[in-house]
Design a binder for this molecule. Structure first.
Ligand code: OAD
Length: 255
């Protein structure tokens, strides 16, 4: 393992543009379950609850499910993996994080250039008039007894700001994600099963443009065969060790 840590650190140091793609696995150490890991959410819950069709047909059940997740995410704090990435960015060694997560933990850890391709849970949006409000405002509407919550302006149904299955990815986020994938010379996929598109396609774009590709994940993924390095283990342990090595190589002191 220490040989891989050293190789990863060396690649980060010698790259000009490092981009990271993260998934639910980076937040499990913060107490938020992933979807497809051994304790994954989709092992307990039918994934159809995450579709736009389910939301339209059963908005009350959808909101009950989302409220549970929201509670979990609101109390969660960033873990060592999130902080390690924020530190890499501060050192000028990480250009962007493309995340599939909606938990805001990269921002909470201090990362700045974060592209949330699956949206986030900081907002809610009216599916009729398109008005966007804060999630706190949506919770207030629920507290006032309107469930599922409705838009104060037009009475339309409110939906959380996270992207559901069969819904398009927000255009600006997707364009930025494609651009970063084309421009980077090193991509690292961390804590993602790389089974959901278009996220799983981003490393393929990066590789085609000549970038190196590293996977840090607990389990094998379908893209292991195109990766230059695959490390199996906990993102918190591995990234902490990698950042220490990067600092050593750059001659940066302290944390
Ligand atoms: P998954 O749950 O599919 O994959 C998470 C991966 O992280 C698994 O392969 C785990 O083995 C690994 N993992 C878990 N804990 C880890 C840790 N501490 N360190 C390293 N690896 C760890 O999550 P995503 O790939 O993010 O979409 O899933 C993609 C999308 O599918 C999600 O954004 C969500 C989901 O359905 C929507 O809801 C639209």
């Amino acid at each position: 393992m220490s040989k891989e840590i050293d190789r990863i650190a060396e690649m980060i140091v010698s790259s000009k543009r490092v981009v990271v793609l993260t998934g639910a696995g980076i937040s499990t150490e913060s107490g938020i379950p992933d979807f497809r890991g051994p304790q994954g959410l989709w092992k307990r819950v039918d994934p159809k609850i995450g579709t736009i069709e389910f939301f339209r047909e059963h908005p009350d059940e959808f909101w009950r499910f989302q409220l549970d997740r929201l509670k979990e995410m609101m109390k969660a704090q960033p873990n060592r993996a999130h902080y390690a990435l924020a530190e890499l960015e501060k050192m000028g060694k990480l250009s962007a994080i493309i995340t599939q997560n909606v938990d805001s933990l990269h921002f909470k850890a201090g990362s700045k250039n974060v592209i949330e391709i699956h949206g986030n849970l900081r907002t809610a949006k009216c599916i009729e008039c398109g008005k966007v409000i804060s999630i706190e405002e949506a919770l207030k509407i629920i507290e006032e007894g309107v469930f599922p919550p409705k838009c104060r302006t037009c009475g339309g149904l409110l939906k959380t700001g996270s992207v559901l299955f069969n819904e398009p990815i927000p255009e600006e986020a997707l364009t930025r994600a494609y651009m970063e994938s084309e421009m980077c010379d090193l991509m690292m996929a961390i804590g993602t099963s790389l089974q959901v598109y278009p996220a799983a396609y981003l490393p393929v774009i990066a590789k085609r443009k000549g970038a190196k590709f590293i996977i840090i994940n607990m389990e094998p993924t379908p893209l292991d065969e195109i990766a230059d390095i695959v490390v199996h283990g906990k993102a918190g342990d591995i990234l902490t060790a990698v950042v220490e090595k990067v600092k050593e190589k750059l001659g940066v002191k302290g944390s």
